[in-house]
Design a protein around this ligand. Structure first.
Ligand code: ARG
Length: 264
């Protein structure tokens, strides 16, 4: 969660949030006490270059650059496995309208084998040409990072029912255990395949259009590592309804094999 160090910083952030809309509302914080418009508090703009692996997909989803030619996204964002030249990926910018954006077409989609709308919510999109100059996001291949505080980012709705965003927004959300998450969701969570994150009080979350984007944190070497893929939730940022993410560590070896089969 954002820490408000100075009034100037706070005002700048709120201004940015007002201008751009915000990815999320903030969890209760000092800002909520200071600013009398709680609906635009929180959710901050990502800086250009802060998350160079972030990808916007033309069907209205997010993704993460897995390799120079592969984007990891959600299965529910794509169609069946096979040749697919219909997706445009936009990369390298926080501002989707920026003239310095990179756009590349897809040439193949690989959707998680056995995907049927419940669980296994991951897919790889192969780009027609490799992108250069952008760093990739490595995926967690152990459960060691399936805890703590995570960063989420995307161009999706800034609030439930809201519009898609022009500028990349980011937020941080804490891990929620499978048992707690399942108590909120009445047993709908698939513990091995899904990982939840959010505040019991709500207010910070991913939302429609963030799907497929990464949830990530720092590893022991301070490098970003992807632990989740935005998958689903009950509305957005509602109390006692955390965001539900594909648990990347569980699928890591399958994803790596699929990536190799697609040419890496
Ligand atoms: N399924 C949504 C999408 O297609 C993502 C929903 C995430 N919801 C949440 N409350 N975290 O964009």
């Amino acid at each position: 969660m954002a820490r408000w160090r100075t009034l100037t910083g706070l005002l700048a952030t709120v201004l940015a949030a007002v201008t751009a809309g915000s990815l999320t509302l903030s969890a209760p914080s000092a800002a909520a006490d200071v600013i009398p418009t709680p609906n635009v508090v929180g959710g901050t703009r990502a800086a250009q270059g802060e998350f160079p692996f972030m990808v916007r997909l033309s069907m209205g989803c997010g993704g993460a650059l897995y390799s120079s030619r592969l984007v990891l996204t959600a299965a529910h964002c794509v169609g069946a496995t096979g040749t697919n030249t219909s997706i445009t990926a936009t990369l390298g910018v926080v501002d989707l309208q920026s003239s310095s954006r990179i756009t590349v077409r897809s040439n193949y989609v690989y959707r998680a084998p056995g995907y049927n709308g419940s669980g296994r919510d991951w897919a790889l999109i192969r780009l027609a040409t490799p992108v250069t100059g952008l760093s990739t996001l490595k995926i967690a291949n152990t459960t060691a990072y399936d805890n703590g505080t995570f960063t989420v980012a995307g161009w999706g709705a800034a609030r439930e029912g809201g519009s898609q965003q022009r500028y990349l927004l980011k937020a941080t959300v804490p891990f929620v255990s499978d048992s707690t998450c399942n108590s909120y969701y009445g047993g709908e969570i698939i513990p091995a395949q899904e990982i939840c994150a959010g505040y019991a009080s709500g207010g910070v979350d991913t939302c429609q259009g963030d799907s497929g984007g990464p949830m990530f944190r720092r590893d022991a070497s301070n490098a970003w590592v992807q632990v989740g893929i935005v998958s689903w939730g009950n509305g957005c940022a509602r109390p006692n309804y955390p965001g539900v993410y594909t648990q990347v560590s569980y699928f890591a070896s399958t994803i790596a094999s699929a990536a190799a089969s697609l040419g890496g």
